[in-house]
Each structure stands twice: as structure tokens, then as C-alpha cells.
Design a protein around this ligand. Sequence first.
Ligand code: SF4
Ligand code: SF4
Length: 256
Amino acid sequence: MLDEGISVKALTVVHDYSSRFPEEIYSFHKALGLTFMQFIPCVETHPSHRDRVTSYSVSAQDFGKFLCRTFDLWISDFLEGVPTTSIRFFESLLLSYAGFIPPECTLYKECGVYLVVEHQGDVYSCDFFVEPASKLGNIAQGSLTEMLNSPRQLQFGKHKSNLPKECRPCEWLSLCRGGCPRNRIRSSRDGSHNHLCQAYKMLFEHADPVLKRLACEWQRKQDNLKHIQSSTARVGRNEPCPCGSGKKFKKCCGRL
Ligand code: SF4
Ligand code: SF4
């Protein structure tokens, strides 16, 4: 597909073993031309001990290290302040810092903003909850809009905002929102706290200064651009940038 010019996004599951190889995984994707990446942590509840994860699930500590290292690799590939690879979670965080709604649903206050349609037409609340309790119907028998607004889907969405007590005073709550409910392992001991909490804390602390700086730079660019648009009739993309940098407009303030 890449040879045909079609952009491809790679969804890669990170488990207990692969989490040790962030450099190799990132370089492997790039070498294949897969510059759109999404890393999904493997977190599976143990079948006979519902308060534990399986042995192949990634630990919070290892996933935190993986995220921090991958974040640095993503940043090191920026060119003139613009990312040259796309990692959905990091881009979503950057959008959140810049005041936009991110595409990553794990950063939302509630779930339920999309649906998943299986091959036979069955519709579910989320691709991580393709199970009878989250089945909303079938596209042959009902409308997607009605299913999206159904009481069952609304109830599914609200579940996320029922936060474990450890999340409520957390300094990262407005960013993390308690993480994906799928990773809130059902232990009565900790109120179903997110298995990956420590990983998120490690990443947020590590990435916070850089994300603040990038969001500021982006905002400054936007302000510059607005100023230029209001003060110049028209600037050609190949003309010198009116901000006085000496670069072409398309390589400077015209680069969004
Ligand atoms: S359960 Fe997780 S993946 Fe599904 S909608 Fe909620 S946050 Fe997103
Ligand atoms: S970082 Fe941990 S404590 Fe804080 S909101 Fe996220 S899951 Fe909750």
C-alpha cells in the first residue's frame, strides 16, 4: 500500500518482552516507511485471578520506560519544530497542551464517542469491549446514530468518569482522566486503579517541559500567522516570510 502512495498506520502491541526494545521498534517502523505509529499496551486480566494481569502483560514501570524513550525518539526526529513521524498518543498530548480536543479517547473525560462495527455488522461500544454487555445492535437492524445515543452507550461512556480515589487529587488528572477503563484492573483493594498509572506519571513528568515548550512555540506561530494575515494582503508561499526570519514563507510562519 505504501508503494501506491497510501498512508498506513501501524498498530503495535507492546507486551512485557517487546517493551524492552523501544529503539529497535521505532527504527523498524521507520525503516519500513511506517511513520504513523500507535502503541497499544498489552494489559490482560488474569483469567482466574481478576485482580491481576497475565504474565505477558506489560508492567507499568516497563511501559513507562518505553513511553519515555519513544517520546525522546519522536522529538529527536522533529524538523524545524514539526514532527516527521506520528505517534498518536504523543500528538494527542501535544494537542491537549495546545488547548485542542485530542484524537486519543483515553484522554477524554468520558468514553462513548465512537462505535466499532464487526465484520458481520454487530456494533459495540468500543473495540476493546467487543463483548455481549457492550453490544448495541447490528447495522442491518438499526441506525448508527441511534446506537451512539442509546442509553447503553451513554452508560458505557460515563463509566470512565467514575474515578478511583487515587486519581481525584492527581496533578495529571486533567490530562490523563484516569486512563482507559480497559486497563483499570478490577481489584477491590485499589478501587480498580489503572494498571498503567505509574507509566503515565513517568511520561507526564518526563515530557511536560518539552510539551509546554512545543505548545508555546505553536501558539506563537499561530499568533504570528494571524498578525501576518491581517497586515499583509497576500504572501506567496515561496516569498520571504514577512516576520523577517529570512526564510521562505512556506518554511517559516506559513508552515502549520
Ligand atoms: S474504553 Fe478505552 S479505548 Fe474504549 S473508548 Fe474508553 S478510553 Fe477509548
Ligand atoms: S496518572 Fe494515575 S493517578 Fe493520575 S489520573 Fe492518571 S491513572 Fe489516575
